[in-house]
Design a protein around this ligand. Structure first.
Ligand code: IFM
Length: 485
């Protein structure tokens, strides 16, 4: 998305700590999680294995050999977690549905116990006045479908549409927002390109096929859902668009290449009904894109009531000169192959701090830039921040008021990013809401339980929940709609 030739260009107050900003009454404050990251109960009530069960149980793939078998045990602690959301005053909860809880092998009849769990969740939210924002797919593909080729197989997109129809028939009267996919960039390029994520394949051509089949799955799912819903929901998809900064003379060309692979390969078919010509050209040595069949881009190009945007940090790139030691701050050398098919000359540069515990630079100007540039390119497209938050090393301290987590850095991170969002709205962006990542500490994929993103602390021994100071700060923001000092 947005590109500049100087890193971290910030207009106005570079601190992004404006106080007293007021969000409109209609603004939807919420928080987000994902099924494999929080639910646990991996083999209960008929749930089938997903690619993340297989991957996390493969030695060497996850920090400390952690798995999502128990995770935050949300499956068994649903009522208490719903009460916690209510105590924070959340207007929305963004969660994902585990496909293999609904269809254990990704095909065939619905597993009633899986549907029952999500019915309890959705009804529990509605009873508390919290909008259900459903993500239908947050990376946990049923393993049986991966055994048939996963997202490299066109049939997976059609299986996803069948799954969408099951969800539509079960919950199509009461879901507020249907989000088809979360961050298909990660599913395609980390899952099939770099191998850092499940299913762990390292094949650039497979990653590009996965991109297309994920896009196709999105369109097919909306077409399957629409006739089944009886309320008036929003249809959506969530993308982790890359905010790109270019360094030096070759910056603009490096930005173009990564923008094509990371952003426009999704935005093009989704919002314009066509793949960008340059991405096909840049990757022609890897794939002929013969998997795009006539009519596919029309299927993908469905109206979206809201586009979900996940933002954490910025990316700084230039082209490698072929001689100097090569920089690679996006870390893909650590995991083997590149997640960027066809962009072999792009170098990912370290950026100025401060950083979160993930090593990601903190730059709220990137969120403002991203929202404004999306608005400029797609002026009639409403947006929602569907994820933003930060991992920091938290400690629980005992106080006279009971256990507390004084997560000053996370609170400051959120405050600065809410300021950025508000500034974007002041510049005309139609931003409908903001879902903080994450409601509670959880399984952070390859990092296992070593990174804590929650505004609620989870003790992984006792599974006890402790709202952090950031949760108290957020509750005050939600209650007053005004950014506290
Ligand atoms: O935890 C993830 C989430 O599953 C997808 N978006 C980024 C988060 C932090 O890495």
């Amino acid at each position: 998305m947005t590109s500049t030739t100087t890193p971290a260009a910030t207009a106005g107050n570079p601190d992004y700590r404006d106080a007293g900003l007021v969000f409109p009454d209609s603004f939807i404050f919420g928080s987000a999680t994902a099924s494999y990251q929080v639910e646990g109960a991996f083999d209960e009530d008929g749930r089938g294995p997903s690619i993340w069960d297989t991957f996390s149980h493969t030695p060497g793939k996850i920090w400390n050999e952690d798995t999502g078998d128990v995770a935050a045990d949300h499956y068994h602690r649903l009522e208490a977690d719903l009460d916690l959301m209510s105590s924070l005053g959340l207007a929305a909860y963004r969660f994902s549905i585990s496909w293999s809880r609904i269809q254990p092998t990704g095909r065939g009849p619905a597993n009633q116990k899986g549907l029952d769990f999500y019915a309890r969740l959705i009804d529990g939210l509605i009873a508390r006045g919290i909008r259900p924002i459903v993500t239908m797919y947050h990376w946990d593909l049923p393993q049986a479908l991966e055994d048939e080729g996963g997202w490299t197989n066109r049939a997976t997109a059609y299986a996803f549409a069948d799954y969408a129809a099951i969800l539509g028939a079960a919950f199509g009267d009461r879901v507020d927002t249907w989000t088809t996919l979360n961050e298909p960039w990660c599913s395609a390029y980390l899952g099939y390109g770099s191998g850092a994520h499940a299913p762990g394949r390292t094949d650039g051509a497979a990653a590009l096929a996965a991109v297309h089949h994920l896009n196709l799955a999105h369109g097919l799912a909306i077409l399957a859902l629409k006739p089944l819903v009886t309320n008036d929901p929003d249809f959506s998809i969530t993308l982790n668009l890359h905010v790109l900064r270019g360094e030096g003379e070759t910056g603009p060309e490096a930005v173009r290449q990564i923008d094509a692979l990371a952003n426009r390969v999704f935005l093009g078919p989704l919002l314009k009904g066509a793949y960008p010509a340059d991405v096909l050209e840049d990757t022609k040595g890897i794939s002929d894109w013969a998997f795009v069949l006539p009519g596919d881009t029309e299927i993908i190009h469905q109206p979206l009531e809201v586009l979900g945007v996940n933002y954490y940090s910025t990316t700084l790139v230039r082209l490698w000169d072929g001689e100097s030691p090569r920089e690679n701050a996006d870390g893909h050398k650590d995991v083997g192959a590149s997640p960027w098919p066809g962009a072999d000359r792009v170098e990912f540069l370290a950026q100025p701090g401060p950083y979160t515990e993930m090593g990601w630079n903190i730059d709220p100007s990137g969120l403002e830039d991203l929202l404004v540039s999306l608005h400029e390119e797609f002026p009639n497209q409403p947006l929602m921040v569907t994820e933003n938050g930060a991992a920091f090393a938290d400690t629980v301290v005992q106080t006279d008021d009971g256990p507390r987590v004084h997560d000053v850095e996370r609170t400051d991170y959120l405050r600065r990013h809410f300021t950025a969002a508000h500034r974007a709205m002041a510049r005309g962006v139609d931003l409908r809401g903001y879902q903080v990542w994450s409601l509670m500490d959880n399984f952070e994929w390859g990092y296992g339980y070593s990174k804590r993103f929650g505004i609620i602390h989870v003790d992984y021994e006792t599974l006890e929940r402790t709202p952090k100071d950031s949760a108290r700060w957020y509750a005050a923001l939600v209650a007053t709609r005004t950014l506290p000092a």
